[in-house]
Write a protein that binds this ligand. Structure first.
Ligand code: PLP
Length: 456
């Protein structure tokens, strides 16, 4: 029997009405320090909407793993099913080649517009790939360069290197007692990415970097610090940063784990800002939640990594590569002759033009809703931060002071009412999938308005 024939027999196994809800009572066996699943149990999902045992949940957070295509994207699912049924290998050691190794690597290099790049893709997470980026820059360092420059309140994951390199994670550092990391002040938040003006504060930060330039082998930065209340760098800052790095032979690393793959209307923040790093770390957004994969994209000279440091055993899961390829199809579109002619008309059109072509409209719509919310919530809602589909809504108290407790309270109330947003410090984070429909936006923001009004 082949997989297709067996799958037909398993149809009932995954039906929502076969879910054992009593299992939800065991959720307290999760470590108390981890994020414990609530008693909301997901039954099914489509786009930005989850059906749960407590009713509908509109996902304005893309499940936090950068599911830019929401749930069950039909094209990604179809490609995965077709691949699974093809009989081709499901997993390979990287010592055995596969056309998708080359095809996807090549496509990621092209779509990220990182010229002359190579790619190290692996079945792992964001923490691993930022470490790999730092390692690659370190191996390539010049004489006398031993410092890694990072930024205060940065977040690069949960591993030893990430604890060293992240402003927010230093409190977790263990085993290592001396640190070669210098933390520069986080970039000034800008309301307008495209501003040409460098603030005094940013000028001083760059001067500090300039003063130690001979000792620095790399600078690692998130163009938008999502985990720092969506602190958004300006183009002026990133351009000058690039200039300082280039003129001092310092490797510039962009951690694009939050910003990469469509969230700012372009494939990368680098493209949105018009500033390209030497090394770009991409991760979970590559497959939009359809399998583990990360990619370090950089000039070849950085990737002559010593054996045993850069090529982990896990290589890349072929199914994740198939998913990443289908995600690129969705975002960028594909030639008409590659689209099956007898598919759903809307999907056909989207595949022809790519979802990024609808980005401005989606982004505009989101901003309008957030502005409405801001007017409604005067005294409770402060600034709207971020760019594109990555937005933060600051929550303040009656004195206008940032209010993290209130932000947490609002997030929980929103979850109860059927809306998922993320909360970070005093900020509610909105990162809706690009496939969110007008109806979903209207429904979700209707619920948010009610919760905001009831807290005024
Ligand atoms: C900017 C940034 N870098 C690195 C990471 C680490 O990724 P992971 O949790 O997959 O290890 C994250 C996780 O959210 C992140 O937001």
């Amino acid at each position: 029997m082949n997989s297709y024939q067996i799958a037909k027999k398993l149809k009932n196994r995954y039906l929502p009405n076969n879910i054992d809800f009593s299992l939800a009572n065991r959720r307290h066996s999760f470590l108390s320090e981890c994020i414990i699943p609530t008693d909301i149990v997901a039954l099914s999902g489509k786009g930005a909407t989850l059906k749960t045992n407590k009713g509908e949940l509109i996902d304005f957070a893309s499940m936090t793993v950068n599911c830019i295509l929401g749930q069950n994207d039909p094209w990604v699912n179809a490609n995965l099913i077709a691949y699974l049924l093809s009989g081709r290998p499901s997993f390979l050691t990287t010592r055995v080649g596969h056309d998708y190794y080359y095809k996807v690597a090549d496509r990621i290099c092209k779509t990220t517009k990182m010229t002359n790049s190579v790619i190290n893709h692996r079945q792992c997470n964001g923490t691993d790939v930022t470490e790999l980026a730092i390692l690659a820059a370190y191996k390539h360092r010049q004489n006398g360069q031993h410092i890694l420059a990072s930024f205060s309140n940065s977040y690069h994951g949960q591993g030893l290197t990430a604890y060293l390199a992240s402003g927010l994670q230093r409190k977790h550092l263990f085993l290592v007692h001396e640190s070669p990391v210098v933390f520069l002040d986080e970039p000034d938040h800008t309301e307008d990415i495209d501003t040409q003006d460098l603030t005094e504060h940013d000028k001083n930060t760059l001067e500090k970097l300039y003063d130690i330039r001979d000792k620095v082998f790399a600078v690692i930065i998130e163009p938008i610090q999502v985990n720092n209340s969506v602190n958004t760098s300006s183009k002026a800052f990133l351009k000058r940063l690039k200039y300082v790095c280039e003129s001092s032979k310092i490797a510039l690393i962009f951690d694009e784990i939050q910003t990469g793959f469509g969230w700012l209307g372009k494939i990368t923040a680098a493209e949105r800002y018009g500033v390209w790093p030497n090394l770009m770390a991409l991760s979970k957004a590559l497959t939009a939640g359809n399998g583990p994969l990360s990619a370090l994209v950089s000039d070849k000279i950085y990737q002559d990594i010593v054996e045993g440091t850069g090529a982990k055993t896990n290589g890349a899961d072929i199914r994740s590569l198939v998913a990443a390829n289908a995600v690129m199809d969705r975002l960028l579109g594909i030639p008409e002759q590659q689209i099956p002619s007898d598919i759903d008309e809307d999907l056909y059109k989207e595949l022809r033009s790519g979802l990024l072509s609808q980005f401005d409209q989606k982004c505009h719509q989101l901003l309008l809703y957030l502005k409405d919310l801001q007017s409604l919530g005067k005294g409770l809602i402060g600034k709207i931060k971020g760019d594109g589909l990555i937005r933060g809504l600051e929550i303040v108290n009656a004195k206008g002071v940032n209010d993290a407790l209130m932000a947490k309270k609002l997030q929980l109330q929103l979850l109860e009412s059927g809306v998922l947003v993320r909360q970070n410090q005093h900020t509610l984070i909105f990162k809706p999938p690009i496939v969110i429909t007008e109806k979903e936006m209207a429904k979700g923001f209707g619920k948010i308005q009610k919760i905001i009004s009831s807290n005024l």
